[in-house]
Design a protein around this ligand. Structure first.
Ligand SMILES: Cc1cc2nc3c(=O)[nH]c(=O)nc-3n(C[C@H](O)[C@H](O)[C@H](O)COP(=O)(O)O)c2cc1C
Length: 325
Protein backbone atom coordinates (compact mmCIF):
# COMPACT_ATOMS: atom_id res chain seq x y z
CA UNK A 1 0.00 0.00 0.00
CA UNK A 2 1.48 3.31 -1.06
CA UNK A 3 1.11 6.22 1.29
CA UNK A 4 -0.02 9.63 0.21
CA UNK A 5 2.02 12.48 1.65
CA UNK A 6 -1.16 13.93 3.19
CA UNK A 7 -4.09 12.56 5.13
CA UNK A 8 -6.80 11.17 2.88
CA UNK A 9 -9.09 8.21 2.29
CA UNK A 10 -7.83 4.83 1.08
CA UNK A 11 -8.56 5.40 -2.55
CA UNK A 12 -8.78 9.16 -3.03
CA UNK A 13 -10.58 10.81 -5.89
CA UNK A 14 -8.84 13.97 -7.12
CA UNK A 15 -10.32 16.96 -8.90
CA UNK A 16 -7.86 17.62 -11.76
CA UNK A 17 -6.26 21.05 -11.88
CA UNK A 18 -7.84 22.98 -14.77
CA UNK A 19 -6.98 26.52 -15.73
CA UNK A 20 -9.96 28.90 -15.48
CA UNK A 21 -12.14 26.03 -14.24
CA UNK A 22 -10.93 24.79 -10.86
CA UNK A 23 -11.04 28.05 -8.97
CA UNK A 24 -11.91 28.06 -5.28
CA UNK A 25 -15.67 28.30 -5.88
CA UNK A 26 -15.75 25.17 -8.03
CA UNK A 27 -13.26 23.29 -5.86
CA UNK A 28 -15.40 23.78 -2.77
CA UNK A 29 -18.49 22.48 -4.56
CA UNK A 30 -16.57 19.41 -5.77
CA UNK A 31 -15.36 18.78 -2.23
CA UNK A 32 -18.97 18.91 -0.99
CA UNK A 33 -19.85 16.15 -3.46
CA UNK A 34 -16.94 13.92 -2.46
CA UNK A 35 -13.70 15.04 -4.17
CA UNK A 36 -10.98 14.09 -1.68
CA UNK A 37 -8.00 16.07 -2.93
CA UNK A 38 -7.97 19.46 -4.64
CA UNK A 39 -5.24 21.23 -6.59
CA UNK A 40 -5.04 24.86 -7.71
CA UNK A 41 -5.11 25.89 -11.34
CA UNK A 42 -1.54 25.91 -12.62
CA UNK A 43 0.43 28.98 -11.62
CA UNK A 44 3.27 30.33 -13.75
CA UNK A 45 6.53 30.32 -11.83
CA UNK A 46 7.82 33.30 -13.84
CA UNK A 47 4.71 35.27 -12.90
CA UNK A 48 4.94 34.23 -9.25
CA UNK A 49 8.49 35.45 -8.82
CA UNK A 50 7.45 38.73 -10.47
CA UNK A 51 4.56 38.88 -7.99
CA UNK A 52 1.89 39.18 -10.67
CA UNK A 53 -1.34 39.76 -8.77
CA UNK A 54 -3.49 37.31 -10.77
CA UNK A 55 -1.01 34.49 -10.17
CA UNK A 56 -0.71 35.24 -6.46
CA UNK A 57 -4.51 35.09 -6.22
CA UNK A 58 -4.62 31.68 -7.90
CA UNK A 59 -2.82 30.22 -4.89
CA UNK A 60 -5.53 31.23 -2.41
CA UNK A 61 -7.40 28.43 -0.72
CA UNK A 62 -9.44 27.89 2.43
CA UNK A 63 -8.79 25.43 5.24
CA UNK A 64 -11.87 23.44 4.20
CA UNK A 65 -10.14 22.59 0.92
CA UNK A 66 -7.38 20.50 2.52
CA UNK A 67 -5.65 18.35 1.49
CA UNK A 68 -4.75 20.98 -1.08
CA UNK A 69 -1.89 21.30 -3.53
CA UNK A 70 -0.60 24.37 -5.34
CA UNK A 71 0.51 23.53 -8.86
CA UNK A 72 3.32 25.44 -10.54
CA UNK A 73 4.73 25.31 -14.05
CA UNK A 74 7.80 26.79 -15.65
CA UNK A 75 11.10 26.12 -17.36
CA UNK A 76 13.69 28.17 -15.57
CA UNK A 77 15.49 26.59 -12.63
CA UNK A 78 15.70 29.70 -10.53
CA UNK A 79 12.13 30.87 -11.00
CA UNK A 80 10.75 27.37 -10.45
CA UNK A 81 12.60 27.13 -7.15
CA UNK A 82 11.62 30.68 -6.17
CA UNK A 83 8.00 30.00 -7.09
CA UNK A 84 7.97 26.77 -5.10
CA UNK A 85 9.20 28.70 -2.06
CA UNK A 86 6.54 31.38 -2.52
CA UNK A 87 3.86 28.69 -2.90
CA UNK A 88 5.17 26.75 0.11
CA UNK A 89 4.85 29.89 2.27
CA UNK A 90 1.08 29.62 1.77
CA UNK A 91 1.30 26.25 3.51
CA UNK A 92 -0.64 24.00 1.18
CA UNK A 93 -0.33 20.26 1.84
CA UNK A 94 1.89 19.73 -1.20
CA UNK A 95 3.45 21.46 -4.19
CA UNK A 96 2.62 19.87 -7.53
CA UNK A 97 4.83 20.43 -10.59
CA UNK A 98 3.17 20.44 -13.99
CA UNK A 99 5.28 18.59 -16.56
CA UNK A 100 2.33 17.72 -18.74
CA UNK A 101 0.59 20.80 -20.13
CA UNK A 102 0.47 20.43 -23.94
CA UNK A 103 -0.72 23.90 -24.98
CA UNK A 104 1.48 25.94 -27.29
CA UNK A 105 1.87 29.03 -25.12
CA UNK A 106 3.34 26.82 -22.35
CA UNK A 107 5.28 24.26 -24.43
CA UNK A 108 6.65 27.03 -26.65
CA UNK A 109 8.51 28.43 -23.64
CA UNK A 110 9.94 25.03 -22.72
CA UNK A 111 7.54 24.45 -19.83
CA UNK A 112 4.85 21.83 -19.17
CA UNK A 113 5.07 18.81 -21.48
CA UNK A 114 8.02 20.35 -23.38
CA UNK A 115 10.26 19.06 -20.59
CA UNK A 116 9.35 15.49 -21.61
CA UNK A 117 11.87 16.00 -24.45
CA UNK A 118 14.67 16.55 -21.96
CA UNK A 119 14.25 14.00 -19.19
CA UNK A 120 17.59 14.70 -17.44
CA UNK A 121 16.63 18.37 -17.14
CA UNK A 122 13.11 17.51 -15.98
CA UNK A 123 14.55 15.32 -13.22
CA UNK A 124 17.19 17.90 -12.25
CA UNK A 125 14.68 20.75 -12.02
CA UNK A 126 12.35 18.54 -10.01
CA UNK A 127 15.13 17.64 -7.58
CA UNK A 128 15.95 21.34 -7.17
CA UNK A 129 12.37 22.02 -6.14
CA UNK A 130 12.27 19.04 -3.76
CA UNK A 131 15.36 20.41 -2.04
CA UNK A 132 14.07 23.98 -1.96
CA UNK A 133 10.83 23.43 -0.04
CA UNK A 134 9.96 21.77 3.26
CA UNK A 135 6.68 20.40 1.84
CA UNK A 136 6.02 17.20 -0.14
CA UNK A 137 6.59 17.73 -3.85
CA UNK A 138 4.46 15.84 -6.36
CA UNK A 139 4.46 15.69 -10.17
CA UNK A 140 1.72 15.56 -12.81
CA UNK A 141 2.72 14.59 -16.33
CA UNK A 142 1.84 12.60 -19.45
CA UNK A 143 3.14 9.32 -20.92
CA UNK A 144 5.73 11.12 -23.02
CA UNK A 145 6.19 13.48 -25.94
CA UNK A 146 4.79 11.36 -28.76
CA UNK A 147 3.96 7.82 -29.83
CA UNK A 148 7.66 6.96 -30.22
CA UNK A 149 8.79 8.48 -26.94
CA UNK A 150 6.96 7.32 -23.83
CA UNK A 151 9.51 7.32 -21.01
CA UNK A 152 6.95 7.36 -18.21
CA UNK A 153 7.77 3.96 -16.67
CA UNK A 154 11.47 4.82 -16.22
CA UNK A 155 10.69 8.43 -15.44
CA UNK A 156 8.47 7.37 -12.52
CA UNK A 157 11.44 5.66 -10.89
CA UNK A 158 13.76 8.59 -11.52
CA UNK A 159 11.24 11.00 -9.96
CA UNK A 160 10.79 8.76 -6.95
CA UNK A 161 14.58 8.60 -6.56
CA UNK A 162 14.91 12.39 -6.36
CA UNK A 163 12.23 12.59 -3.66
CA UNK A 164 8.92 13.08 -5.47
CA UNK A 165 6.14 11.86 -3.16
CA UNK A 166 3.27 11.20 -5.60
CA UNK A 167 2.98 10.96 -9.36
CA UNK A 168 -0.13 11.64 -11.42
CA UNK A 169 -0.08 10.37 -15.01
CA UNK A 170 -2.48 11.44 -17.74
CA UNK A 171 -2.55 8.53 -20.19
CA UNK A 172 -1.81 10.56 -23.32
CA UNK A 173 1.28 11.93 -25.03
CA UNK A 174 1.86 15.61 -25.71
CA UNK A 175 1.24 15.04 -29.45
CA UNK A 176 -2.18 13.63 -28.71
CA UNK A 177 -3.21 16.79 -26.88
CA UNK A 178 -6.73 15.70 -25.87
CA UNK A 179 -7.56 13.52 -28.89
CA UNK A 180 -8.10 9.78 -29.02
CA UNK A 181 -8.55 7.76 -25.88
CA UNK A 182 -6.34 7.80 -22.82
CA UNK A 183 -4.13 4.70 -22.67
CA UNK A 184 -3.81 3.40 -19.14
CA UNK A 185 -1.59 0.39 -19.88
CA UNK A 186 1.68 2.18 -19.06
CA UNK A 187 0.12 3.58 -15.91
CA UNK A 188 -0.58 -0.04 -14.93
CA UNK A 189 3.02 -0.91 -15.78
CA UNK A 190 4.35 1.75 -13.40
CA UNK A 191 2.24 0.18 -10.67
CA UNK A 192 3.60 -3.28 -11.44
CA UNK A 193 7.19 -2.09 -10.96
CA UNK A 194 8.12 -3.47 -7.51
CA UNK A 195 10.56 -0.58 -6.97
CA UNK A 196 7.77 1.98 -7.06
CA UNK A 197 6.56 2.83 -3.56
CA UNK A 198 5.10 6.31 -4.09
CA UNK A 199 1.37 6.57 -4.84
CA UNK A 200 0.46 6.64 -8.51
CA UNK A 201 -2.68 8.53 -9.49
CA UNK A 202 -4.26 7.69 -12.85
CA UNK A 203 -5.89 10.32 -15.03
CA UNK A 204 -7.60 10.45 -18.40
CA UNK A 205 -11.21 10.03 -19.54
CA UNK A 206 -12.67 8.91 -16.22
CA UNK A 207 -16.26 10.02 -16.75
CA UNK A 208 -18.20 8.32 -13.96
CA UNK A 209 -18.47 5.61 -11.36
CA UNK A 210 -18.21 2.66 -13.74
CA UNK A 211 -14.97 3.76 -15.36
CA UNK A 212 -13.46 4.81 -12.03
CA UNK A 213 -14.11 1.36 -10.61
CA UNK A 214 -12.78 -0.24 -13.78
CA UNK A 215 -9.45 1.62 -13.77
CA UNK A 216 -9.08 0.98 -10.05
CA UNK A 217 -9.45 -2.76 -10.63
CA UNK A 218 -7.60 -3.05 -13.96
CA UNK A 219 -4.56 -0.86 -13.35
CA UNK A 220 -4.12 -0.95 -9.58
CA UNK A 221 -3.62 2.80 -9.29
CA UNK A 222 -3.70 4.34 -5.82
CA UNK A 223 -6.13 7.08 -6.71
CA UNK A 224 -8.01 8.48 -9.65
CA UNK A 225 -8.19 12.05 -10.98
CA UNK A 226 -11.19 13.50 -12.80
CA UNK A 227 -11.01 16.56 -15.03
CA UNK A 228 -13.36 17.35 -17.89
CA UNK A 229 -16.17 15.10 -16.68
CA UNK A 230 -16.42 17.28 -13.57
CA UNK A 231 -16.92 20.58 -15.40
CA UNK A 232 -20.45 21.68 -14.53
CA UNK A 233 -20.88 18.23 -13.03
CA UNK A 234 -19.53 18.09 -9.48
CA UNK A 235 -22.08 15.30 -8.95
CA UNK A 236 -19.64 12.92 -10.65
CA UNK A 237 -17.68 12.69 -7.39
CA UNK A 238 -20.72 11.44 -5.49
CA UNK A 239 -21.32 8.89 -8.22
CA UNK A 240 -17.73 7.62 -8.05
CA UNK A 241 -17.82 7.45 -4.27
CA UNK A 242 -21.10 5.52 -4.39
CA UNK A 243 -19.67 3.02 -6.87
CA UNK A 244 -16.59 2.48 -4.69
CA UNK A 245 -18.88 1.77 -1.76
CA UNK A 246 -21.05 -0.62 -3.78
CA UNK A 247 -24.01 1.76 -3.68
CA UNK A 248 -26.44 2.84 -6.40
CA UNK A 249 -25.82 5.65 -8.87
CA UNK A 250 -27.12 8.80 -7.11
CA UNK A 251 -29.95 10.78 -8.70
CA UNK A 252 -29.78 14.55 -8.95
CA UNK A 253 -32.95 16.46 -9.78
CA UNK A 254 -33.17 19.59 -11.90
CA UNK A 255 -33.67 21.57 -8.67
CA UNK A 256 -30.43 20.07 -7.28
CA UNK A 257 -28.62 21.23 -10.40
CA UNK A 258 -30.02 24.73 -10.20
CA UNK A 259 -29.26 25.13 -6.50
CA UNK A 260 -25.70 23.80 -6.87
CA UNK A 261 -25.09 26.02 -9.88
CA UNK A 262 -26.44 29.06 -7.99
CA UNK A 263 -24.19 28.29 -5.04
CA UNK A 264 -21.12 28.07 -7.27
CA UNK A 265 -22.06 31.30 -9.05
CA UNK A 266 -22.55 33.18 -5.78
CA UNK A 267 -19.24 31.96 -4.37
CA UNK A 268 -17.43 32.78 -7.62
CA UNK A 269 -18.76 36.33 -7.52
CA UNK A 270 -17.86 36.72 -3.83
CA UNK A 271 -14.29 35.59 -4.50
CA UNK A 272 -13.56 37.10 -7.92
CA UNK A 273 -15.94 39.98 -8.21
CA UNK A 274 -19.11 40.14 -10.31
CA UNK A 275 -17.68 40.47 -13.80
CA UNK A 276 -15.09 37.70 -13.64
CA UNK A 277 -17.32 35.45 -11.55
CA UNK A 278 -20.21 35.74 -14.02
CA UNK A 279 -18.00 35.26 -17.09
CA UNK A 280 -16.03 32.31 -15.74
CA UNK A 281 -19.22 30.55 -14.69
CA UNK A 282 -20.10 30.23 -18.39
CA UNK A 283 -17.68 27.32 -18.67
CA UNK A 284 -19.95 25.27 -16.41
CA UNK A 285 -23.52 25.77 -17.67
CA UNK A 286 -23.35 23.17 -20.45
CA UNK A 287 -22.29 20.57 -17.89
CA UNK A 288 -24.88 21.49 -15.29
CA UNK A 289 -27.77 21.26 -17.70
CA UNK A 290 -26.59 18.55 -20.08
CA UNK A 291 -29.43 16.41 -21.34
CA UNK A 292 -32.22 18.71 -20.10
CA UNK A 293 -34.68 18.89 -23.03
CA UNK A 294 -35.45 22.33 -24.50
CA UNK A 295 -32.92 24.01 -22.20
CA UNK A 296 -31.02 25.64 -25.05
CA UNK A 297 -32.84 28.97 -24.94
CA UNK A 298 -32.22 29.30 -21.21
CA UNK A 299 -28.57 28.37 -21.65
CA UNK A 300 -28.12 31.03 -24.33
CA UNK A 301 -29.57 33.59 -21.89
CA UNK A 302 -27.14 32.44 -19.20
CA UNK A 303 -24.22 32.65 -21.61
CA UNK A 304 -24.99 36.26 -22.45
CA UNK A 305 -26.04 37.56 -19.03
CA UNK A 306 -23.59 40.01 -17.49
CA UNK A 307 -24.71 40.46 -13.92
CA UNK A 308 -25.19 38.18 -10.95
CA UNK A 309 -28.82 39.29 -10.58
CA UNK A 310 -29.57 38.42 -14.23
CA UNK A 311 -28.04 34.95 -13.90
CA UNK A 312 -29.86 34.33 -10.65
CA UNK A 313 -33.22 35.29 -12.09
CA UNK A 314 -32.70 33.15 -15.24
CA UNK A 315 -31.80 30.17 -13.06
CA UNK A 316 -34.67 30.69 -10.65
CA UNK A 317 -37.17 31.17 -13.50
CA UNK A 318 -35.95 27.97 -15.09
CA UNK A 319 -37.13 26.13 -11.99
CA UNK A 320 -40.73 26.95 -12.91
CA UNK A 321 -40.32 25.93 -16.55
CA UNK A 322 -38.39 22.73 -16.01
CA UNK A 323 -39.83 21.67 -12.67
CA UNK A 324 -40.66 18.17 -13.86
CA UNK A 325 -37.02 17.18 -14.28
C1 LIG B 1 -9.74 23.50 -19.60
C2 LIG B 1 -8.61 22.64 -19.07
C3 LIG B 1 -7.60 23.23 -18.33
C4 LIG B 1 -6.55 22.44 -17.83
N1 LIG B 1 -5.60 23.03 -17.03
C5 LIG B 1 -4.67 22.25 -16.43
C6 LIG B 1 -3.77 22.78 -15.45
O1 LIG B 1 -3.81 23.98 -15.12
N2 LIG B 1 -2.85 21.94 -14.90
C7 LIG B 1 -2.79 20.60 -15.23
O2 LIG B 1 -1.95 19.86 -14.69
N3 LIG B 1 -3.62 20.08 -16.14
C8 LIG B 1 -4.57 20.84 -16.72
N4 LIG B 1 -5.47 20.28 -17.57
C9 LIG B 1 -5.43 18.81 -17.79
C10 LIG B 1 -6.31 18.09 -16.78
O3 LIG B 1 -5.83 18.28 -15.45
C11 LIG B 1 -6.35 16.55 -17.07
O4 LIG B 1 -5.05 16.03 -16.97
C12 LIG B 1 -6.91 16.26 -18.44
O5 LIG B 1 -8.06 17.03 -18.72
C13 LIG B 1 -7.25 14.76 -18.59
O6 LIG B 1 -8.18 14.36 -17.63
P1 LIG B 1 -9.76 14.18 -18.01
O7 LIG B 1 -9.83 13.23 -19.17
O8 LIG B 1 -10.37 13.63 -16.75
O9 LIG B 1 -10.25 15.54 -18.38
C14 LIG B 1 -6.50 21.05 -18.10
C15 LIG B 1 -7.51 20.48 -18.88
C16 LIG B 1 -8.56 21.25 -19.36
C17 LIG B 1 -9.65 20.58 -20.17
Amino acid sequence: MSHFPFATTDYPVFLAPMEDVTDASFRRICKDFGADVLISEFVSSDALVREVDKSLKKMAFSESERPFGIQIFGHDEQSLRGAAEIAAARQPDFIDINWGCPVKKVVGKGAGAAMLRDIPKLVRLTEGIVKAVPLPVTVKTRLGWDELHKPIVDLAEMLQDVGVRMLTVHGRTRSQMYSGQADWTLIGEIKRNPRITIPIVGNGDVDGGERALEVRNLYGVDGVMVGRAAIGNPFVFKEIKNFFEGKERPEFSFADRVSTCLRQLQTAVEIKGERTGVLEMRRHYAGYFKGIPHFKETRVKLMTALTLAECQSILLNSLEHFAVH
